[in-house]
Structure formats: structure tokens, C-alpha cells
Design a protein around this ligand. Structure first.
Ligand SMILES: [Zn+2]
Length: 190
């Protein structure tokens, strides 16, 4: 799946909105990304999963792991396409942890998959939790890279599409300056 096709799908499903938005951080941005909307239909999620899996067919991946919640659907689909098992990490008292009885063998070759990478924070936390259990993290992947290649996670990383998503403090926002009204995503039909 090409980057163009991926972007087109995101726009069609309203997973990528263009306008003037107030993000949950309070910053303003001309675009808003809600990956869950792009993955609502299982055949679409499966397509993205296959597209990511194709990058790793020769890497002898034994397990796909994702940070919950964002990575669960796409990670599962990547694991399905690679025909390997799928596990996830989740926060416990704020710390990304492997729970639910999932075990990892020494040097198990793991691919970490997320829906969107912004700073790489949750992917890094997921990697850290798995390395603490003696896993060998082979690589990381996401559908969208919002850092446009900048996020470092300590292992090789791919994304189906890279985006530069600018965000501004309200007082520095060029869209506000132009007199456009900023909206919270989902607060009205766009
Ligand atoms: Zn603004």
C-alpha cells in the first residue's frame, strides 16, 4: 500500500481532518488525526496489517507486540499477516508493563507495532518493558509517522506514511491570526 493510498483512506474515513483544531494538548493545528476511524472496518485494518508485515517477511519475527490501546488492532493484523503470536503491553500505575500472563523467551525476536508514532514515547516504553524481559526487539513500525521521520525509538523503524503535522500555541497560531475559529475535533460535523 503506497503512502498516497494510505493518506487517501485516512481522508475518506475522516481519520485525517484538515481545518483548524484544538488538540487535547491545548495546542492548535491545521490537521487532526484519529487513527481509530481508519481501522473501523476489519478489511481495511487487514490491508494495513499486510502492508506493514511485508516489510518484515525476512526478519524471522516470532512475535508482534503493541502498546495498548492504540496499537492493538493494527498489531493484531500485522501478527495475523506474519502468522505469529500477538501480545501487548499496557500501563499499570503509569508504567508500561507486560501483564496478563504473557511470557517471553530469551532473545525472542519481536516487532513492535503502533498505529501512530508522534514522539515515539509509547513505542519506546513498550520496547523497554519487553527488553526488561530479555526480548530481542528487531524493529518498530506504525501506519502513520507524525514526526516525519524524527522520532527515535532505538531500533530500526518504518511507517506506511510520514506526515509533518504542525502545532502551535494558541497565541502563536497563524490560523487564529487569520481570524479562523478553532474547533475541538468531533464537536461539529466537518
Ligand atoms: Zn489557532
Amino acid at each position: 500500500m503506497t503512502a498516497e493510498k494510505t493518506l487517501e483512506h485516512f481522508k475518506q474515513t475522516n481519520a485525517l481532518l484538515e481545518g483548524h483544531f484544538i488538540l487535547s494538548s491545548g495546542l492548535h493545528s491545521p490537521s487532526y488525526l484519529q487513527c481509530a476511524l481508519a481501522l473501523q472496518y476489519p478489511p481495511d485494518a487487514a490491508k494495513f496489517g499486510k502492508a506493514i508485515a511485508e516489510h518484515f517477511t525476512n526478519e524471522r519475527i516470532e512475535t508482534v507486540a503493541s502498546p495498548a490501546i492504540g496499537g492493538l488492532i493494527i498489531g493484531y493484523e500485522v501478527a495475523k499477516a506474519l502468522n505469529v503470536r500477538f501480545i501487548w503491553t499496557e500501563r499499570e500505575n503509569g508504567v508500561m508493563t507486560l501483564r496478563r500472563g504473557f511470557s517471553i523467551k530469551q532473545n525472542e525476536r519481536i516487532l513492535v507495532v503502533e498505529d501512530v508514532i508522534t514522539t515515539g514515547g509509547s513505542t519506546r516504553e513498550c520496547i523497554f518493558a519487553l527488553e526488561n524481559r530479555a526480548a530481542k526487539i528487531v524493529a518498530a513500525a506504525s501506519i502513520v509517522d507524525r514526526s516525519n521521520g524524527a522520532a527515535e525509538v532505538g531500533v530500526p523503524r518504518i511507517a506506511l506514511v510520514s506526515l509533518e503535522v504542525p502545532s502551535y500555541k494558541p497565541e502563536d497560531c497563524p490560523l487564529c491570526e487569520r481570524g479562523d475559529e478553532a474547533v475541538k475535533p468531533g464537536s461539529r460535523r466537518i
